[in-house]
Design a protein. Structure first.
Ligand SMILES: N[C@@H](CCC(=O)N[C@@H](CS)C(=O)NCC(=O)O)C(=O)O
Length: 215
């Protein structure tokens, strides 16, 4: 099979890149990564050269390109149906996709106020209106999924749904957002993943600074 190459942005900031990266890595799927840093005031022109949307993540498989984080995950899940990217049970899988779509299309207040920044010293911000509503909905999703599956991940074993929420784990931590004990427990489960540790260690070593993401 042709190799898979995942184009990503800075590990410190690129929340959309983290999603497919940790999904593939966490499910044991071999791929190469190409990191194109946002190291210019207006991004990096190389991203626009390779990606049809001018954005990352983007997956290259032979001469075929797939973009958008969730579309990449779906493509790889079809290539590797036994890798466990999605839960086996149909209803659990549908729920995992519903929650993942909510993440893809929503939670703008949290995403805008608290950009992912893994290097950020832990500290609270004055959060604008709407952020705590987003936080409450995310906590409810995590609680419902883990109660249904028995945990420790959202659908029992690590899956694409956990990958879609991975940047939120970092945001809750770095912006010291007040969350419940069960949310903290889930955050600890995610942070203990070898794939999480590998990404975070690389993020902490990066030196590129993107002022707009330094809230
Ligand atoms: N909906 C897209 C979002 C992709 C996205 O916004 N990527 C950002 C990085 S996290 C990007 O490439 N920005 C480049 C730029 O703005 O120059 C996805 O899910 O993949």
């Amino acid at each position: 099979m042709d190799k898979l190459t995942l184009y990503i942005g800075n590990k410190n900031y690129s929340s959309w890149s983290l999603r497919p990266w940790i999904a593939l890595e966490g499910c044991g799927i071999a791929f190469e990564e190409v990191l194109i840093p946002f190291d210019f005031a207006a991004g990096n022109p190389r991203i626009r050269e390779v990606s049809p949307t001018g954005r990352v993540p983007m997956l290259v498989h032979g001469d075929f390109k797939v973009w958008e984080s969730l579309a990449i995950i779906e493509y790889v899940a079809e290539l590797f149906p036994d890798a466990g990217l999605w839960p086996r049970d149909r209803r659990a899988r549908a729920l995992a996709r519903s929650f993942s779509m909510e993440m893809l299309s929503g939670f703008g207040a949290l995403r805008n106020a608290c950009p992912m920044n893994m290097r950020r010293p832990v500290g609270a911000l004055n959060l604008p209106e709407g952020v705590m509503e987003d936080v409450a909905r995310i906590e409810a999703i995590w609680r419902e999924a883990r109660a249904r599956s028995g945990g420790p991940f959202l659908f029992g074993a690590f899956s694409a749904a956990d990958a879609m929420f991975a940047p939120v784990v970092s945001r809750f931590e770095r912006y010291d957002i007040a969350v419940s004990a069960d949310t903290r427990d889930y955050m600890a489960v995610m942070k203990a993943l070898p794939a999480w540790k590998t990404w975070e260690a690389a993020a902490l070593k990066e030196t590129w600074v993107v002022p707009v993401d330094e809230a």
